[in-house]
Design a protein around this ligand. Structure first.
Ligand code: ITT
Length: 203
């Protein structure tokens, strides 16, 4: 049974999930996406351990286990990245570093003269709570699309100004939060998480 506070028999599953992230844009997107589900999310602003690995799932799982040492209750972390087809999926798991060093301009330069501009954003959400520890649940979301010819738009963050989702002509950078959430990798992984979580709470 859920108590007023949402805990189940005083255990750690409950109506508030903590999103451990250093990125407030991610949190704002998540808040909007999850607003139609009957649980709250709260941002815990903290950088989590990010191991080097080719799989976002592994990185997210390691991060959430690390975060669990400091944050109580049900928590999620997300690892995301931009995978560019003609660059053999680069920058992928190195997206944060590549964004900091080369930025959107650098990615456009790498693709100069390249006709194949296919790319995808991927998101891996990892969930853990005190009951599940050390087990972790992972939820994936992918947004396919292409890299634009130039930077467009000032909404969002990271590579948003150069990513055009499939069948659209605007970049994520030109889209409002609501619009981006219709197509984004993060919306897909978070919705998969939210559906599972509601069923898990009912169990
Ligand atoms: P955390 O604290 O949650 O780890 P972060 O910004 O370091 O935040 P990630 O490692 O998951 O996040 O993301 C890697 C980079 O990929 C991120 O810094 C962006 O440059 C880019 N990225 C991920 N999702 C994006 C999105 O929805 N739009 C634009 N760029 C994105």
């Amino acid at each position: 049974m859920l108590s007023e506070e949402g805990d189940i028999n005083g255990l750690s599953r409950g109506r508030t999930v903590r999103f451990v992230t250093g990125n407030r844009h991610k949190f704002q997107e998540a808040q909007r996406i999850l607003s139609s589900y009957s649980f709250e999310i709260e941002m815990v602003k903290e950088k989590t351990l990010e191991v080097q690995d080719k799989d976002l799932e592994t990185i997210a799982a390691t991060s959430v286990r690390d975060a669990k040492n400091r944050v109580s209750g049900p928590i999620i972390v997300e690892d995301a990245g931009l995978f560019i087809e003609s660059l053999n999926s680069f920058p992928g798991p190195y997206s944060a570093y590549v964004y900091e060093t080369l930025g959107c301009e650098g990615v456009l330069k790498l693709l100069e003269g390249q006709e194949d501009r296919r790319a995808e954003f991927r998101s891996a959400i990892a969930y853990i709570d005190d009951l599940m520890k050390p087990a972790v649940k992972i939820f994936l979301g992918v947004a396919t699309g292409r890299i634009s010819m130039e930077m467009r738009g000032s909404y969002g963050f990271g590579f948003d100004p150069v990513f055009i989702p499939e069948e659209q002509s605007s970049t994520f950078g030109e889209m409002s939060l609501e619009e981006k959430n219709r197509y984004s990798h993060r919306a897909k992984s978070l919705k998969a998480f939210a559906s599972w979580y509601l069923a898990y709470l009912r169990d």
